[in-house]
Ligand binder design. Structure first.
Ligand SMILES: [Zn+2]
Length: 354
């Protein structure tokens, strides 16, 4: 991996003059995120430093792929949940695969927002402060580690981008079928671009998300932080239950290349998925009991209202509770492990849009 050395001031000044002469809209010749500073046509890697505060600081790894020609800035993020492995591995692969000589514009890749979760194999949360790293955006510097990390990601990644793709998947305890989210803001021009982005990404199941917070100062989610700053952005989900299946990794890589084609960052044909299944809302089913969970349906299957999804027994085999579908729809994910605590999620059902 190439790490660029800063140019001299003199060369920088010449480039600045040339850049200014070529037009005010042109992006600067170098593009920097954290310590990763790439010259045009180069890839640089580095870190975004989360400063220490009430708890420890840490470094978030980042790569900047600064295309040979000007164009859009696309940020790709994964690993706010550090055990959603397929998404993390897909971004590691894209850092190697994307050649800046082929690209118009710039790709910022943040493959692992939450290394502590990855290293200690802790699903859902940052083990340092016990917070979900996709719920505290835009963050603040006086908070705990998750909030400070969210703050620096907002400033260094989201604010420097035109578009964001946030990648997730089924966590260790979630058996998930692939899908994406289209966030509908009510701004027709922006919604049309983000809609095309989910169609260009190519996953054939899409959740229409219309209930995200509207306050840019309390945006909670990474993608929503970009969306509320008028940057058409999407969230995608592939992978499940601690696995790194080639079909999941490939779907995330191919989807990214598809969106880059749509944004005219890569010269390749634009293909929009033609007849996706649109889901208008998600119904979450929580467990009424603690014990051993036995699933009766699979990820991706269609369930009718009232259908039995699974049951929970105590540790000597007595059935404590049965879970039934409160609405008809697609099982977007179902619990992948027998461990079950009361109140935890058994399954999510995507209700098909009419
Ligand atoms: Zn996630």
């Amino acid at each position: 991996m190439k790490i660029s050395v800063p140019r001299t001031l003199a060369i920088g000044a010449v480039l600045f003059v040339l850049g200014a002469a070529a037009g005010a809209q042109q992006r600067p010749e170098r593009f920097a995120v954290g310590t990763a500073s790439a010259a045009r046509g180069q890839t640089a890697t580095g870190v975004i430093s989360v400063p220490a505060g009430s708890d420890a600081g840490y470094d978030i790894p980042v790569a900047v792929i600064h295309g040979a020609r000007p164009g859009k800035v696309l940020a790709l993020a994964a690993g706010s949940h550090g055990t959603e492995y397929a998404s993390i591995i897909a971004l590691e692969r894209l850092i190697q695969q994307l050649d800046p000589r082929d690209i118009a514009g710039t790709v910022i890749i943040v493959p692992l927002i939450n290394p502590a979760s990855f290293q200690r194999i802790v699903p859902h949360l940052n083990p340092v402060d016990g917070k979900n790293m996709n719920r505290f955006f835009p963050g603040w510097l006086q908070g705990t580690q998750t909030e400070r990390a969210s703050f620096v990601l907002t400033r260094e990644v989201i604010e420097k981008s035109d578009h964001v793709i946030d990648m997730h998947g089924g966590d260790i305890d979630e058996s998930l079928r692939q899908y994406s989210y289209w966030t509908k803001t009510g701004n027709a021009a922006q919604d049309s671009i983000s809609r095309d982005m989910v169609l260009a990404f190519g996953l054939d199941h899409i959740i229409i998300s219309a209930d995200r917070p509207r306050d840019p100062n309390a945006s909670r989610y990474l993608e929503n932080t970009a969306t509320l700053r008028r940057k058409p952005s999407i969230t995608v989900e592939a992978g499940r239950a601690g696995t790194v299946e080639p079909e999941d990794v490939q779907a995330l890589i191919d989807g990214t290349l598809g969106v880059m084609a749509y944004l005219r960052m890569l010269e390749r044909p634009v293909r929009l998925v033609e007849h996706p299944v649109w889901m208008e809302r998600v119904v979450s089913v929580a467990s009424e009991a603690s014990g051993i969970f036995y699933p009766l349906v699979e990820r991706g299957s269609y369930v009718a209202e009232g259908m039995k999804l699974g049951y929970i027994t105590d540790y000597v085999g007595k059935t404590l509770s049965e879970a039934r579908a409160p609405a008809a729809g697609i099982i977007t994910f179902i619990r992948a492990v027998p461990s079950m605590m009361q109140g935890e999620t058994i399954a999510n059902i995507g209700v098909i849009a009419r």
